[in-house]
Design a protein around this ligand. Sequence first.
Ligand SMILES: CCCCC/C=C\C/C=C\C/C=C\C/C=C\CCCC(=O)SCCNC(=O)CCNC(=O)[C@H](O)C(C)(C)COP(=O)(O)OP(=O)(O)OC[C@H]1O[C@@H](n2cnc3c(N)ncnc32)[C@H](O)[C@@H]1OP(=O)(O)O
Length: 233
Amino acid sequence: MLRSCAARLRPLLVAHGRPGGARLTSTFSFEEVTQKDHALPKPSWSKDLRLLFDQFMKKCEDGSWERLPSCSRHSVQRFQNFTKAFFSGSIPVKEEQISQAKFFPRSFEDGLGFEYAMFWSKDEKRIVCLFQGGLYLQGIPGFLHGGALVTLIDTTLGTHAMLAGGAVMTANLSINFKRPMPLCSVGVINTQLDKIEGRKLFVSCNIQSVDEKTVYTEGTGLFIKLEPGKTLV
Ligand SMILES: CCCCC/C=C\C/C=C\C/C=C\C/C=C\CCCC(=O)SCCNC(=O)CCNC(=O)[C@H](O)C(C)(C)COP(=O)(O)OP(=O)(O)OC[C@H]1O[C@@H](n2cnc3c(N)ncnc32)[C@H](O)[C@@H]1OP(=O)(O)O
C-alpha cells in the first residue's frame, strides 16, 4: 500500500529535530491518505532526467541523501489543521473542494508540465531538484515561461525553508533570468540556506544545465515561519 506522501515526508521534518518539523507534524497530523508520488520516473521523462535520477538514488543508498516524495493534493485533514492554525477568517474555498484542489506544479498531465524530483542532503543541508519543463510551460517560442521557472524555484526554495523551519510562506522572491531555458530540456536546481533571522529564512538557488555549462536562472527567497495562533487573515 502506498504510504501517504505526508507520512513519508514526516520523518524528514521530524528527523532533523526541527521544532517546526515536530510542530508541523503535530499541527498537521499527517492523515494517512494514499496518493501517487509524482517524483518517480515516468515514460515522459527524458534519458537525461532518468540518468540524473538514478545517480541521486545511488547517493541515497548510504542514507546521506534522501529522495523527497511529492504528491498533488493536500488531505482535507491537513487543510483543516493548517487553516485552523493560521487563518482566523473563513477561507473562501470549501472543504469538499479541497479534495479536488491540486498542488499547482503537480496539476499537469504527465510530461506536459513540471516533471521534477527533489533530493535532500542531510549532511550538506541542501536540496538538489532535477527538473524537466514540458510543452505546456512555453513562454517565448521553444523556451520555458519565466513564471514556470519562478514556480519551480518557489517550490524548491520553499521546501528547503520548510525542512529548515517548519510551516513557512513565501514573503519575497528575487529572480534573475540569465539564459532562456529550452522547452523539454533538463535543469538542475541547487539550493542553499543563506541565513535565519528569527522567523525569516533566506534561501537561494540557481538552475543549471545538466553539463553545468549554462546557468539559466538564479533566485533568492525570503520565507517566514508561520506562528500557530498568529492568524494570517
Ligand atoms: C506551507 C506548508 C504547510 C504544510 C505543507 C505540508 C507538506 C508540504 C507539501 C507541499 C508543499 C511544498 C512546498 C511548500 C513550500 C512552498 C511552496 C510555496 C509557498 C507559497 O507560495 S506561499 C504563497 C505566497 N505567499 C503568501 O501568500 C504570503 C502572503 N504574506 C503573508 O501571509 C505575510 O506577509 C507573512 C506570513 C509572509 C508574514 O506576515 P507576519 O505578520 O506573520 O510577519 P511580519 O509581517 O511581522 O513579518 C515578519 C518579518 O519578515 C519581514 N518581512 C515580511 N515580508 C517581507 C518582505 N516581502 N520583504 C522583506 N521582509 C519581509 C518583516 O519585515 C518582519 O521582519 P522583522 O521581524 O525584522 O521586523
